[in-house]
Design a protein around this ligand. Structure first.
Ligand code: MG
Length: 458
């Protein structure tokens, strides 16, 4: 059965030519435009939205369709071209647009594409607003404007330069450049290669770029996980590089390979970035409930505090703005620094980690080794809502002694680890994430949940 078109908080995702077509994309553009107009009533003149796309070959087609939809309801469109997701997030604010759109299916395989929406603050719409846009899309009452009031499309090619300037402003360019780091960059033929190579050159790095043509023909599976990055690991080792960086196709996620060619895991991306930030100042951090305890350890050492939110980049970004956090992000390699923008940004991660290496004079494996490590396991299984609720109820009884957080499913904190159970926003699936001091303890928590599930099914 073909997978259905998914419309969630983060936008729309589907398979090109199957359930994601230009006509659907245009209607989604109309729905977003209608939502923006309704939320800015009384504002004089036309609203504007900036739009960019990652390197997928269907991107140009879908971008044109969404832009057409926006113009049809009277919104002006600024076309940013082939850019990263954080790049669009920065330009929404820079150009004072009312919203932003990115044509990307992020880390999903090549047959997918998607339409990600941002509001004027550079953050994805919160749940109630996302639901409204979804309703407008299904209702199809778009209130099209006449020939004198439609929107127009202009181009802007300043995204890379603006993005690089903002990232370089948060590090010491000269201190990093003095180290002449040798860096291997794997941009998976996505949107990140061009801008990241330029930034690394400004940071005085010797860059060995692999998969850096923005063709959208992904050289390996796009998610930056260990099994997909064997080529990067090998290149780092063979070239004797100081570090290897891997981006996902829209460059909001970052994974790291150490100087020995070992993949150190996406959880370390935020941990290392936070290690640098907390080495300089005290303040709050924010991350979701499924992210490693490493961040809490690093924050604690600096007398700082971590705010935990429901899973979803928009939730973390909103908490960061509310609490004025000095660092935040997600354990999947997404680092957010509000000085650059409230959006996960691989360029921010790269710059902060190079700065940490430059300041300490230590290798990335030494720096990672200074952080207490944990063992994390992620599992998922099919569960309809009724079944999921029953599992959560039984889990609460089973882990009655643990500290419980029900912001997003159930997160149980134990002395030796934690367990997070939640249902997916996009599919009838329950996710289990457990982390503890060792493999045995982590597996014990996972196995307990799996046995609760068996009890319910029998
Ligand atoms: Mg992504």
């Amino acid at each position: 059965m073909p997978e259905k078109l998914i419309i969630s908080i983060s936008g729309m995702r589907g398979i090109v030519g199957e359930n994601l077509t230009p006509s659907i994309a245009a209607e989604y553009g109309c729905a977003f435009g209608k939502f923006l107009k309704n939320s800015h009533t009384g504002k004089e003149g036309k609203l504007s939205v900036c739009i960019g796309r990652d390197s997928r070959s269907s991107g140009q087609m879908l971008k044109s369709a969404v832009a057409t939809g926006l113009c049809t309801v009277g919104i002006d469109v600024i076309d940013l071209g082939l850019v990263t997701t954080p790049g669009v997030g920065i330009m929404v604010r820079e150009l004072r647009c009312s919203g932003g759109v990115i044509i990307t299916a992020s880390h999903n395989p090549i047959q997918y594409n998607g339409i990600k929406l941002l509001l004027g603050d550079g953050i994805a719409p919160p749940a109630d607003k996302a639901e409204k846009i979804r309703q407008y899309f299904f209702d199809k009452h778009f209130a099209l404007v006449d020939s004198l009031n439609h929107g127009t499309i202009t181009s802007n090619e300043q995204t890379d330069a603006t993005h690089i300037d903002k990232v370089l402003a948060i590090v010491d360019e000269e201190a990093i450049a003095a180290k002449k780091f040798k860096v291997v960059l794997d941009s998976i033929n996505g949107a990140g290669g061009r801008v990241t190579k330029k930034m690394l050159a400004k940071l005085g790095c010797e860059v060995i770029a692999i998969n850096d043509e923005p063709t959208g023909i992904f050289a390996h599976r796009p998610e930056p996980t260990a099994k997909n990055l064997t080529g990067l690991c090998k290149a780092v080792k063979e070239k004797g590089a100081d570090i290897g960086f891997a981006q996902d196709p829209d460059a909001d996620r970052l994974a790291i390979v150490d100087e020995a060619g070992t993949y150190i895991g996406e959880e370390y991306t935020l941990a290392l970035a936070a290690k640098y930030i907390f080495s300089r100042e005290t303040g709050k951090a924010a991350t979701n409930l499924s992210t490693s305890r490493m961040l809490d350890d690093i924050a604690k050492e600096a007398d700082s505090q971590v705010i935990r939110t429901a899973v979803g980049e928009a939730n973390v970004a909103a908490a960061m703005l509310e609490h004025n956090c000095i660092i935040g992000g997600e354990g999947n390699g997404g680092v957010i620094d509000l000085r650059v923008g409230p959006i996960r940004d691989s360029l921010v991660g790269i710059a902060l980690i190079l700065q940490l290496m430059a300041e300490t004079g230590r290798t990335v494996s030494q720096l990672a080794g200074e952080i207490t490590s944990y063992y994390m396991v992620k599992e998922k299984f099919a569960a309809e809502q009724a079944q999921a609720l029953q599992i959560l109820k039984l889990a609460k009884e089973t882990f009655a002694d643990a500290k419980l957080d029900t912001t997003d499913g159930c997160r149980f904190d134990f002395d030796d680890g934690w367990l997070h159970l939640r249902t997916s926003n996009t599919e009838p699936v329950m996710r289990i994430i457990a982390e503890a001091e060792n493999r045995k303890t982590t597996q014990k928590y996972i196995d307990t949940v799996l046995s609760i599930r068996r009890q319910i099914r029998s």
